[in-house]
Every structure is written in structure tokens, then in C-alpha cells.
Ligand binder design. Structure first.
Ligand code: ZN
Ligand code: ZN
Length: 349
């Protein structure tokens, strides 16, 4: 077993504390990654605070992981020591169901193993990236292009793939008009990807404060959803709207922005059920859809695409002692645009 420093929380709203966890010895197909940065995702907060009521403690969150491979198992073929590598929100799946065979492990029906707060195939509870090292099967690790600094790469493994997958699935590209609702951790990566895919890209956010950032990161337009006239101006003007907002939005108002055959995609799980009028779908033959992150093949495609186009998360690097403060600021919307933990600050000696 490999002992590593980590930060865990022992209950909802309990402060993070230094701890030591163990990683399994390397199996023949495993790689050991020395973690350099771990992003703080909104869903980390949901798990740490047990907002969905399913958390088991002590809990080490973190599913936006970037680091360097420091050892490889005897049968590993796709990584060598020294390779930059990342891990997202899954560390295993059944590999046999129709979704796994299609490379869509995020929809595995035979037992997807999440990176933390999940039970691994060895029966052990998984612990995430707020730790110095992780052992993962090479099939669930992804090589990071040298052109992306690790601190900017980490969040691509959740925020990046969560945006890339729907943008690709619904064919964002030249001639398509895309709106990204919410300009935060997900949205700011989504804008970069949508623009690089060639789509006309509009940000729709509650606040005008991030307009300059939006335009700098490639948005063709930045519209404030609370401005009088925004929804009237933009009525029927998008082919694809992706809502990154982790709260209930006015779906009828947003559906009204879709052109004929347009689709509104929701990525988050708001507290209340979605509510909408069927008329909003009937008009313009509109659809509503959802997606859940992305599979490993698509994650590899995404990270190469980001490497080629100079895309990364804009980050604020935080010390491991400041995770609680980062959580409070994240929930208050006070971050541009993603916190990443500097894992070199993890040890408490
Ligand atoms: Zn996430
Ligand atoms: Zn499966």
C-alpha cells in the first residue's frame, strides 16, 4: 500500500483536515500519478456538504486531477514514467455493457466507479484528488498535451469534457449559433471550446461583471439575462443552448431563444424538478436534453483539441489549507473561474 497525504472532511460542513490515505499497490495495468493540481468542482461541494444526501465520510473529494506519472504496472502500454496525465470523475466501469463497448463509460449500466465517494472493484471506497498521489487503471487515465500547463489542464477533466461532449454531440460548429448560459467554471471553458469549434458563441449571464473576460475568451456576444429586452432581442436565435447553471432557470424563457429544431441542454441537477410548458417545445420543434460528462475516448479527443487551440481553465491556485474558504467563495460565485489546489501544499509536517 502507498500512504499519501490528503485532505478530508468528516461530515457535512465539517472543515477540511489533513489526513493520510492509502492507495493500492500497482496492478499490472495501473499507473501511479503524482498529483500536481486538483480542481475544485461545484459537485465537490455538493458531495463534501452532502447536499445530495449520499456522502460517506471521511471523504476526500477531487475529480479534476492533473499530475505526472511516477510509476507504471508491468503491463502498461500507454504511459511511461514522466508523462503528464489526468483523471476525471471515473476511475473504472464494467467495460462490458453496451455503453462501455461504445466508449460511453459515463452511461455504464454495469457499475461505474466514480473517482471518490464510490466503491471500487476491489471493494474499497474511492478517494479523490485532494491527495498527493492516485493509482488508476491506465484505461481511465488521459495523457495531457505538453502545451497545457498542469494547473490549467486539471479542470478540463470535468468542466472541459462536460462542455465538450454536448457541444460535439449537438454539432456546434461553423454556421451554428450557440449560447452558453452561466459564465463560471463550466461556462468559461465552454465558450473557448465552442468558439474553437467555429460556432457563433454568446454568453448569457446574470452579471455584467465578467463581460470583458467573456469577450477575451472568445465570446462573440455577452448578454446580461437580467437586462430588459435581452430575451426579446434574442428570441428564436440559437441552435443550441447549454445551461451550466446549477439552479432552476426559467426553462420556458430559455426555450424561447431557440430557433427551429434547436436544443436546450442542461448539465446540472437543480434542487427542484424541471418545469416547463409543452408549448415551448411545440413551437419551433424544440428539444430539451441532458448529458453527463464524457467517456474516455472523447476525453482524450477533448484534451488534444484543447492543446491544439490553447484552451485551458482560468484558475486561482489555492493552498490546501484554504479549501474551506474556496468552497465558500465558489458557492458565492466569487472565483475567476476555477479554484485549483496546489497539491505541493498538502503535506502537514
Ligand atoms: Zn466536476
Ligand atoms: Zn459498463
Amino acid at each position: 500500500m502507498i500512504a499519501v497525504h490528503a485532505r478530508c472532511t468528516c461530515g457535512p460542513r465539517e472543515p477540511f483536515q489533513a489526513t493520510t490515505i492509502t492507495r493500492r499497490d500497482l496492478g499490472p495495468h495501473d499507473v501511479l500519478i503524482d498529483i500536481a493540481y486538483a480542481g475544485i468542482c461545484h459537485s465537490d461541494v455538493e458531495h463534501a456538504w452532502s447536499l445530495r444526501g449520499k456522502s460517506v465520510y471521511p471523504l476526500v473529494p477531487g475529480h479534476e486531477i492533473a499530475g505526472i506519472v511516477s510509476a507504471v504496472g508491468s503491463h502498461v502500454t500507454t504511459f511511461a514514467v514522466g508523462d503528464p496525465a489526468g483523471v476525471g470523475n471515473m476511475v473504472d466501469s464494467c467495460r462490458e455493457c453496451a455503453s462501455c463497448r461504445a466508449g460511453l463509460e459515463q452511461y455504464c449500466t454495469g457499475g461505474r466507479v466514480l473517482t471518490y465517494n464510490s466503491i471500487g472493484r476491489d471493494g474499497e471506497r474511492t478517494q479523490g484528488g485532494y491527495s498527493e498521489k492516485i493509482v488508476v487503471d491506465e484505461a481511465f487515465a488521459v495523457r495531457i498535451p505538453e502545451s497545457i500547463p498542469l494547473q490549467n489542464a486539471a479542470s478540463l477533466f470535468c468542466a472541459g469534457i462536460t462542455m465538450y461532449s454536448p457541444l460535439r454531440h449537438w454539432n456546434a460548429g461553423p454556421g451554428k449559433r450557440v449560447a452558453i448560459v452561466g459564465f463560471g467554471g463550466l461556462g468559461h471553458v465552454g465558450v473557448q471550446i465552442s468558439k474553437a469549434l467555429g460556432a457563433h458563441t454568446t454568453v448569457l449571464d446574470l452579471s455584467p461583471a465578467k463581460r470583458e473576460d467573456g469577450l477575451r475568451l472568445g465570446a462573440d456576444e455577452y448578454r446580461v439575462s437580467t437586462d430588459t429586452g435581452t430575451f426579446a432581442d434574442l428570441a428564436g436565435s440559437f441552435d443550441l443552448i447549454i445551461s451550466t447553471v446549477p439552479a432552476n432557470v426559467d426553462l420556458d424563457a430559455h426555450l424561447g431563444l431557440l430557433a427551429r429544431d434547436g436544443t436546450l441542454v442542461v448539465l446540472s441537477i437543480p434542487k427542484d424538478p424541471l418545469g416547463l410548458s409543452a408549448v415551448s417545445l411545440l413551437n419551433n420543434r424544440r428539444s430539451i436534453g441532458g448529458t453527463r460528462s464524457g467517456g474516455l475516448a472523447e476525453t482524450r479527443e477533448m484534451i488534444e483539441f484543447c492543446g491544439e487551440h490553447g484552451i485551458g481553465a482560468q484558475v486561482e491556485v489555492v493552498h490546501a489549507d484554504r479549501i474551506d474558504e474556496a468552497y465558500e467563495r465558489l458557492m458565492a460565485g466569487d472565483v475567476r473561474f476555477r479554484f485549483v489546489i496546489d497539491i505541493s501544499t498538502m503535506a502537514k509536517d
